[in-house]
Design a protein around this ligand. Structure first.
Ligand code: BT5
Length: 291
């Protein structure tokens, strides 16, 4: 009854909004006020937290806000995205309030050279991984460049989409939380499907933003150096791709087959192929498949 009363306060009768679709007792909305109180404080990494019921893509919205001069640390969370984006021409789909879909605005300081910004997708993946492992009490692996894998079949539980917008960088994160198997595309999983200890989006969002803030600020303080901060080593330890035979699909160039031997100083995957060692960057890769 209390839950029903709360929902009818949120969506009072006579408000014919699509919000009524969101009434799902097992998928409560994010508590905007409590989250803001916990995350937006003087000196915090998060400077502005906005939660909307619905949008096209949070990455598009934050990119637009970046163009108008919005400050670093702005976070936009959508309870549902009509046009969630993956890399290249792919999409990200998740039912309302089942997962976390949000974007964070970063403005790396001038002390971080542009060529080191390519570490950001990997840094964000590490932050999502550490938060999910701590709260979910599960073990995850990373698939280069930006997938977080979970469960015995190593299915994708989270994806990261980082885009550059002038001097700013938009880091988008999609994490499957209570998604049921039938609501997931092939090869995907969720924290609920894998029986993780925590399937509450509120603490998960807090933990991801805390871990992202601390990793990112350390990295900025080190001028983006991937070794001074231990970022390269941490990524390689967490990553399933390095050390494997892989096939990499390149949009223009066909396919590259070889052994992934490591990451170069820009976070590119080094693939030892017949023709020699080649570095592939996240933006140029369509797919990496372990063989
Ligand atoms: C990604 O792309 O994995 C990056 C996804 C980033 C999504 C977030 S949500 C908030 C922010 N706003 C946005 O518009 N985007 C970001 P990629 O590596 O290209 O993988 C995309 C592929 O993942 C798709 O082609 C599907 O096969 C698969 N996919 C789609 N929805 C999924 C889901 N919920 N869980 C797992 N895989 C999914």
């Amino acid at each position: 009854l209390a839950e029903r009363a709360r929902l009818s306060r949120r969506y009072p009768p006579g408000v014919p909004t699509s919000a009524r679709r969101w009434r799902q007792l097992d998928r409560p909305p994010l508590p905007a006020r409590a989250l803001t109180a916990a995350l937006v404080r003087p000196g915090s990494f998060v400077t502005d937290l906005r939660i909307v019921d619905e949008t096209g893509s949070t990455n598009d919205d934050v990119a637009a806000l970046a163009r108008t001069g919005a400050a670093e640390g702005l976070v936009l969370v959508a309870e549902w995205q009509a046009g969630g984006r993956g890399r290249l021409d792919r999409g990200w789909q998740s039912p309302p309030q089942a997962g976390l879909t949000f974007s964070v605005l970063l403005r790396p300081p001038p002390g971080v050279p542009a060529h080191r910004r390519t570490w950001l997708p990997l840094l964000v993946g590490l932050a999502v991984r550490s938060a999910v492992e701590r709260l979910g009490e599960v073990e995850t692996r990373l698939k280069w460049p930006n997938d977080v894998l979970l469960g015995p079949d190593r299915h994708k539980v989270a994806g990261v989409l980082v885009q550059v917008e002038g001097d700013a960088v938009v880091a988008g994160i999609g994490l499957n939380v209570t998604n049921r198997r039938a609501e997931l595309p092939p090869g995907a999983t969720s924290l609920a499907v894998e029986a993780a200890q925590c399937t509450l989006r509120d603490p998960l969002l807090r933990a991801i933003l805390r871990d992202l803030g601390s990793l990112y600020l350390q990295w900025c303080a080190a001028g983006g150096d991937p070794d001074a901060t231990g970022l390269r080593a941490a990524y390689v330890r967490a990553c399933d791709t390095v050390g494997r035979e892989v096939r990499v699909e390149l949009p223009d160039d066909g396919e590259l087959a070889g052994v992934a031997t490591g990451l170069d100083e820009a976070g590119r995957l080094l693939v030892a192929a017949e023709a020699g060692i080649r570095a592939v960057s996240a933006g140029d890769v369509r797919h990496v498949r372990p063989r």
